[in-house]
Design a protein around this ligand. Structure first.
Ligand code: C2R
Length: 209
């Protein structure tokens, strides 16, 4: 099968950013969106960044994702050199935990937009999902796949909640026939046992069985 030309270009400022930016590649793969990855730095390889960005549309790239840590100028520089949508991923590679990269990526001057995601792996994953949404605007098949993904995500959370409710609800044997709930203390009282002191539901700790 012929490999499809990449639609998304993923750039990162250093090889040390790779584990984070691979989260974006993985997420794109789940939607069968072809992408390419490059290590290019606005600080260390400015000419190569420019060359890459300028040739990207001609090679079929529709969205660019740029991840960088510390004083992260990569996404902004990429955004300044292209009209393609640019998604920035701040990376937590410094002693400031990524707050430096978040601010330097998100605080773009008006006129050069960079859609900035959260810090680190979750941000890289969201960058891929955002790219998928942009591409889905002109690709009905991808739009359908995205909807299916969103639906599955919703169902997973609802199933987890249903399981939790089942786990913390009173034992069926303690439920009264008329449908009103009998507490463990009610059942203790009726059997002559000493009742336990009341604890608020909110404070009750949840232990896995
Ligand atoms: P090294 O690990 O190579 O020393 O890089 C990289 O993204 C990385 O997180 C440390 C950090 O420097 C960042 N870097 C930038 C840029 N180029 C590299 N912020 C840039 O162009 O903005």
């Amino acid at each position: 099968m012929a490999t499809r030309a990449p639609l998304v270009g993923i750039l990162m400022g250093s090889a040390s950013d790779k584990p984070v930016m691979e989260e974006a590649t993985k997420a794109l793969e789940t939607f069968n969106i072809p992408s390419e990855m490059r290590i290019l730095s606005a600080h260390r390889t400015p000419d190569a960044v420019h060359e890459y960005v300028k040739t990207a549309p001609g090679r079929g790239i529709r969205v660019l994702i740029a991840g960088a840590g510390m004083s992260a100028h990569l996404a902004g520089v990429v955004g300044a050199a292209t009209d393609l949508p640019v998604i920035g991923v701040p990376i937590d590679s410094s002693s400031l935990g990524g707050l430096d990269s978040l601010l330097s990526t998100v605080q773009m001057p008006p006129g050069i937009p960079v859609a900035t995601m959260g810090i680190g792996g979750p941000g890289a994953r969201n960058a891929a999902l955002h790219a998928a949404r942009i591409l889905a605007l002109t690709d009905p098949k991808l739009a359908k796949e995205y909807r299916r993904f969103a639906q599955q995500q919703t169902e997973k959370v609802l199933a987890a909640d249903a399981a939790l409710q089942k786990e913390i609800s009173p034992l069926p044997a303690l439920a009264q026939k008329d449908g009103s709930k009998q507490t463990q203390n009610d059942s203790r009282k009726s059997s002559g046992q000493k009742s336990r002191p009341k604890r608020s539901r909110a404070k009750r700790t949840y232990r896995k069985k």
